[in-house]
Design a protein around this ligand. Structure first.
Ligand code: HEC
Ligand code: HEC
Ligand code: HEC
Ligand code: HEC
Ligand code: HEC
Ligand code: HEC
Ligand code: HEC
Length: 363
């Protein structure tokens, strides 16, 4: 096709596309119109407060694993991800009292096993779910986690060395809060028990406390100061910091044991920050170039190939085209998935975010 024809076909498409990306007008639903008091200081309010005005983001986020990263330990909450009742390879047996899951377990300072209710299940179940028991000021993070897709229990990652006759990690309140901090929006002061509206990663985990914004927008839908982080147009480094609070920044990884420096698949902001694509793109390559932060990661490789080819089309000399395959399958060669917990029974794999040329692809 001649260049002139391409322009004729693509220019109108481009204009349409740009128009679609222009500022959206967010309308406060008529039924909700009432004037409310604007708080001086923003606090967390929970996702439900955003729903009336941002229904699209609310609906896709609610169905995603960010939101679904923490559950009550009831059969009705866990549905098909409920573990089967019976002994596990650890010291405990799973049981239930009506809807509530319980375990027969010997906790520290007890001489025999007792039936105790489980308190929370961490994880969406994409790979594994870890169960917690809350006491007054201590918690137990069970040494075996359930992997719903395999219907199997495996040692909880990081607890492989905990003896089988022990329940698992015993944490004080502070350490429990530290454990939960990436799986909840916020915790009440000095407590390890999250409020239900703050289960999982919510809107405010990324956008910040929303009460002021919600009130300002309720009263006047246009304002110079929207009282919240927009995040649109954020640079790559800044987004690495935002997402890296949980997915781990370079700074955080360099403070860990040296072996984690190879975990460019598990710690995406760290991995991405080492890539030439990232380093030579003037801060324009961000997590949201490839991911919609309100949805799960796309599993169709074509989605990502389109992003790669967008830069590596061969048009710009600064961004080369691939001499091996300039059109497709980029991810399998340059961002291969590999095991997150090598040398354990857990088979979870994640895509290497250090985009590079491999001499030998991982198995
Ligand atoms: C009463 C309606 C209303 C509620 C409730 C509300 N918003 Fe908004 N929001 C708006 C409007 C209107 C705008 C556009 C403001 C502007 O551009 O001047 C907006 C803008 C935003 C933006 C920036 C989008 C952009 O284009 O830059 C984000 C992010 C956002 N809201 C998130 C939230 C979150 C999170 C909550 C819940 C804590 C929330 N909103 C609650 C009405 C609302
Ligand atoms: C610094 C943030 C952070 C902390 C603290 C944290 N996690 Fe996570 N967790 C993550 C992220 C990010 C993922 C997504 C997968 C990954 O990156 O490994 C995850 C995934 C998981 C999963 C797997 C979910 C699935 O279905 O695949 C489980 C289970 C889990 N975490 C349990 C825990 C437990 C138990 C603790 C406390 C002892 C904890 N996490 C502390 C960030 C954190
Ligand atoms: C994991 C982090 C994260 C979470 C959770 C999250 N957002 Fe966002 N949101 C972002 C980022 C990043 C952007 C900017 C995306 C971009 O670069 O276009 C954004 C953009 C937006 C926008 C502007 C969209 C547009 O294109 O005009 C709105 C509105 C918004 N978010 C609302 C919400 C609401 C409501 C929730 C909860 C239901 C939520 N967000 C949850 C990270 C997040
Ligand atoms: C925002 C633009 C951009 C995007 C998107 C992008 N890259 Fe790059 N990439 C670059 C730049 C700039 C370089 C450095 C110049 C060069 O080598 O072409 C680079 C370099 C590379 C290199 C050479 C690395 C090395 O160490 O020599 C590979 C391989 C690569 N990119 C693959 C990909 C793949 C695969 C994707 C999609 C998953 C992708 N890139 C997405 C801009 C981008
Ligand atoms: C408050 C902590 C937190 C923040 C901030 C956060 N994430 Fe996550 N993210 C997680 C956890 C935890 C999981 C694993 C959820 C699960 O499966 O249980 C996850 C999972 C994901 C997934 C995988 C979803 C899937 O398909 O399995 C993607 C993609 C992702 N996050 C991208 C982002 C991006 C992009 C940002 C920044 C805009 C971000 N996250 C910010 C905690 C966070
Ligand atoms: C079968 C594996 C494979 C596939 C598929 C593949 N590549 Fe490559 N790519 C390579 C290898 C190997 C090299 C190194 C070639 C060399 O040095 O001669 C390379 C080199 C590159 C380079 C560096 C070019 C340079 O001149 O420095 C870029 C950029 C790149 N690939 C991007 C991509 C993109 C984008 C895609 C998808 C459209 C892709 N690759 C698909 C294996 C692959
Ligand atoms: C150049 C494209 C690209 C960029 C930029 C990118 N990702 Fe990814 N991401 C991918 C691909 C490809 C996958 C694998 C999707 C699949 O098939 O499940 C993935 C998967 C993930 C997953 C799920 C784990 C897995 O591998 O299945 C998480 C979490 C994630 N990305 C977080 C991030 C974060 C955080 C950032 C920003 C620091 C980011 N990604 C930037 C391409 C990208």
């Amino acid at each position: 096709m001649q260049a002139k024809n391409l322009v004729r076909i693509f220019l109108p498409l481009l204009i349409l596309w740009l128009a679609a990306c222009g500022p959206k007008s967010i309308v406060v639903p008529r039924a909700e119109k009432k004037t409310v008091e604007v708080p001086a200081k923003a606090t967390f309010v929970g996702d439900e407060a955003c729903k009336p005005c941002h229904a699209a983001e609310f609906t896709s986020h609610r169905a995603g694993r960010h939101k679904l990263s923490l559950f009550d330990t009831t059969k009705s909450a866990l549905g098909t991800m409920t573990p089967p009742e019976g002994e596990t390879e650890s010291s405990f047996a799973l049981q239930s009292i009506e809807d509530q899951l319980t375990v027969m377990i010997r906790l520290p300072q007890q001489t025999e096993r007792n039936e105790v209710p489980l308190s929370l299940a961490i994880g969406s179940g994409k790979s594994g779910m870890t169960y917690m028991i809350f006491g007054k000021s201590l918690s137990a993070v069970l040494g075996q986690s359930y992997f719903p897709s395999e219907k199997k229990w495996h040692a909880t990652p990081g607890q492989e060395d905990v003896p089988k006759n022990q329940p698992g990690g015993i944490y004080n309140t502070e350490k429990t809060r530290e454990c939960l901090r990436c799986h909840v929006v916020t915790l009440p002061p000095n407590s390890m028990v999250p409020e239900k509206r703050f289960y999982g990663i919510g809107c405010e985990s990324c956008h910040g406390e929303g009460s002021r914004h919600a009130a300002l927008m309720q009263n006047q839908s246009k304002s110079a100061n929207i009282g919240l982080r927009s995040l649109i147009g954020m640079g790559g480094k800044e987004m690495n910091t935002l997402c890296g609070r949980c997915h781990q920044t370079t700074e955080m990884v360099l403070k860990m044991d040296k072996k984690y420096q190879k975990s460019t698949n598990r710690f995406q902001p760290y991995g991405l920050s080492l890539s030439k694509c990232f380093l030579k793109s003037n801060n324009t390559l961000t997590c949201s170039t490839c991911h919609n932060p309100h949805q799960n990661a796309e599993t169709d490789p074509k989605h990502y190939e389109a992003v790669c080819v967008d830069c590596h089309s061969g048009v710009s000399k600064a961004k080369k085209a691939c001499p091996v395959n300039p059109k497709e399958k980029c991810v399998s060669c340059h961002m291969p998935s590999r095991a997150v917990f090598p040398n354990t029974a857990v088979t979870t794999k994640m895509a290497d975010h250090f985009i590079r040329i491999y001499k030998n692809l991982p198995p």
